[in-house]
Design a protein around this ligand. Structure first.
Ligand code: PLP
Length: 410
């Protein structure tokens, strides 16, 4: 009999995409669906990249080196140097997005059944990748009331077992928008050294922080010399240059053995996409004005969104300091149901919303049942409309808990 692997059966659906079929149906019925569910930036990629794309005049589209094209690696090296991170070329390996980087790193540091510790709510695909690789993700819950800051150290240490190989952190964080302070990173550094664990930090949003005191510049895991062998950083151009479809990211580590191991996986998949690397190289060489402007736009949206959410009855948002997401607690018992209901049953002026239900960002889905993740990748006018629709939907939804502060008091 043909069977489906238990790994395949256990694979989780992405909470960001799982309602897509309902959104497609709503669109077929003529409704406009505003997407707050996915971190797909609406900002244009750099003009220089678009110009380069139009001018590409290639006579061949060949395989490149497994660790990435040399000019791109040099540009990446320069980018980090500008950010006070000194690297050798061999410390950088170009991947097909941070997604492939996560897979390679998990594969390099764990064996089947090993454990990686991370914090909830987490980037949902970490679980998907862990299932891919037969790795257990152990979690420690961060709380919305504490703005999703780093949980108590004793809780982290309690989760460490002989099978634990790494702590995985996303900084700035998706889905919470929290930016870990230097002090919090130092605490994690101490734990990593004490228990000899890798500290893997996903820094794909490293440019996106909105309050100077929470700068992620200089706060990279690569800035701790003591972590030379323990630190592994994941990065990507997807969000930084609004180039999600290019599929270019990288792994950075000064641990030679890890990089040599990852190189073997990289060789097995031959090379990252050649054309996209040429465009990525262009993006890395543009002036700082582009990113300064992008960060300014996201900051304005963050300020607008958080102010507006704070005025909504019985709605509680975290205060995102970076990335472009926030977790929001709603006065409903089951945001999976609410999100589907908005797509299937609700409209306001023939428009509705798609949000990412919080359950998919937790190991135990029940923990996120009252939360949604909002991605503020829309212009302010669209965002304003989206929030009006959310407000109207909460009024009309038959299961909204009307009694003020009932949820928050529980
Ligand atoms: C935290 C985080 N890590 C990794 C990724 C994957 O990025 P990429 O497009 O480079 O594969 C994403 C994408 O949303 C993300 O939010």
């Amino acid at each position: 009999m043909l069977t489906i692997s238990s790994r395949g059966q256990n694979m989780t659906e992405s909470p960001i995409r799982k309602l897509s079929k309902y959104a497609d149906q709503a669109k077929k019925e003529g409704k406009n669906v505003i997407h707050l569910n996915i971190g797909q930036p609406d900002i244009q990629p750099p003009a220089e990249v678009l110009a380069e794309m139009r001018q590409l005049n290639l006579s061949e589209i060949a395989y490149g080196p497994s660790d990435g094209l040399k000019p791109l690696k040099k540009s990446i090296q320069k980018y980090y140097k500008k950010n006070a991170i000194e690297l050798k070329e061999k410390d950088i390996l170009v991947t097909s997005g941070a997604s492939e980087a996560i897979l390679f790193v998990m594969n390099a540091v764990t064996d089947f059944g090993d454990e990686i510790i991370t914090f909830e709510p987490f980037y949902a695909n970490y679980i998907g990748f862990a299932i891919f690789e037969g790795v257990q993700i152990k979690t420690i819950k961060a709380n919305i009331e504490e703005n999703f800051s780093l949980p108590n150290l004793s809780l982290i240490e309690e989760q460490i077992s002989p099978k634990t190989k790494a702590i995985l952190l996303c900084n700035p964080n998706n889905p919470t928008g929290y930016v870990y302070s230097k002090k919090e990173l130092e605490l994690l550094k101490d734990i990593a050294l004490k228990h000899d664990l890798y500290l893997i930090v996903d820094e794909v949003y490293r440019e996106f922080f909105y309050d100077d005191e929470n700068s992620t510049k200089g706060n990279s895991v690569l800035n701790f010399p003591e972590l030379k062998d323990h630190a592994i950083m994941l990065d990507s151009i997807s969000k930084r240059y609004s180039m999600c479809g290019a599929r270019i990211g990288c792994i950075v580590s000064r641990n030679e053995k890890i990089m040599q191991t990852i190189m073997k996986y990289a060789q097995a998949r031959l090379c990252p996409p050649t054309i996209a690397q040429v465009l990525a190289n262009k993006a890395y060489t543009i002036s700082d004005d582009y990113l300064e402007n992008v960060v300014k736009i996201y900051k304005e949206r963050r300020d607008f969104l958080i102010d507006r959410l704070s005025k909504m009855e019985d709605v509680m948002s975290s205060h995102p300091m970076g990335a472009f997401y926030t977790m929001v607690q709603l006065p409903v018992e089951d945001t999976d149901h609410f999100a589907q209901w908005m797509l299937e049953k609700f409209e306001w002026n023939n428009e509705t919303l798609m949000v990412a239900p919080g359950s998919g960002f937790y190991n135990n889905p029940e923990d996120g049942k009252r939360e949604i993740r909002i991605a503020y990748v829309l212009n302010k006018k669209e965002l304003e409309k989206a929030l009006i629709i959310l407000e109207k939907a909460l009024i009309e939804y038959p299961h909204t808990i009307k009694e003020k502060n009932k949820i928050l008091a529980q």
